[in-house]
Design a protein. Structure first.
Length: 260
């Protein structure tokens, strides 16, 4: 009796297929223009196999096995760098950070006259009525970080600008999404540039906020991140590489505004 053959093993993967090879789960994307196989790891650690159309499944699996060590290493790197941002509750005793120190949330029966969150005796005080509304409570906390951060950074800006011999820009603290800071040049010879700092930055220790301030002030002189930019940063902050690494590590663990 002739041996039975599983014809499915010879089928070519098509676009949108999934493939499991030695415990690795991959999505398949095919292209008629592609000549070779390739692998990519997406930001969410999803594995993508890019394949030429019509190539056998066995060949695709062989390519993945041959590059398994590379895939495992890249996935590990993605996992280690994945954001671990916590979600907070608007509840009595919840912990929030400011300039590297921790402060507990205290819910008050008495509303402040202006409805603002305040730092009182080592606690962030929020009216209970505000905490009952997730959006309103979150917005009030963000507003407090913007207000407190603007005051603190405003006192640091002039000394750093003088140290770096650059013009002192206007300063604002607001939501920059995933960015810590940004600099926008002025539009005329007499117009000052504008430095924006993300409110989330002010959860970090002071020396890391200083690093971001120095980084953005360097952009007053140098656009982009060429070698001359980093030379200027190093002159002001010789240990900037250590601070940048620390910012990357601590930054992915900061609260970015999610409320549960």
């Amino acid at each position: 009796m002739p041996a039975l053959t599983d014809h499915h093993q010879d089928l070519s993967p098509v676009d949108g297929d999934s493939l499991t090879v030695d415990g690795l789960f991959l999505r398949v994307r095919t292209s008629a223009r592609r000549k070779r196989f390739a692998l990519t790891v997406e930001p969410d650690a999803t594995l993508i196999l890019h394949a030429p159309e019509g190539r056998p499944k066995a060949e695709a699996e062989g390519f993945v096995r041959a590059h398994r060590a590379w895939v495992v290493e890249k996935v590990g790197q993605q996992e280690r760098s994945r954001p671990l941002n916590p979600t907070k509750q608007l509840a009595e005793g919840e912990v929030f950070r400011y300039l590297g120190r921790t402060y507990r949330l205290s819910l008050s029966d008495e509303a402040a006259g202006d409805g603002r969150v305040r730092l009182v005796a080592g606690r962030l005080v929020m009216p209970k009525s505000q905490a009952a509304d997730r959006r309103a409570g979150r917005d009030a906390l963000v507003e407090w970080y913007c207000r407190a951060g603007r005051t603190w950074a405003g006192n640091r800006l002039q000394p750093w600008a003088a140290r770096m011999a650059v013009a002192e820009p206007e300063l604002e603290v607001r939501d920059l999404g995933q960015r810590w800071g940004a600099y926008q040049p002025g539009r005329g010879a007499s117009r000052r540039g504008r430095m924006s700092l993300g409110w989330q930055l002010f959860q970090l220790p002071m020396h890391l906020v200083d690093y971001v301030i120095a980084h953005e002030l360097a952009h007053v002189k140098v656009a982009g991140h060429r070698a001359d930019f980093w030379r200027l940063v190093r002159l002001a902050l010789p240990e900037y590489e250590q601070r940048r690494t620390e910012l990357d590590e601590l930054g992915r663990r900061m609260w970015m505004g999610q409320i549960r």
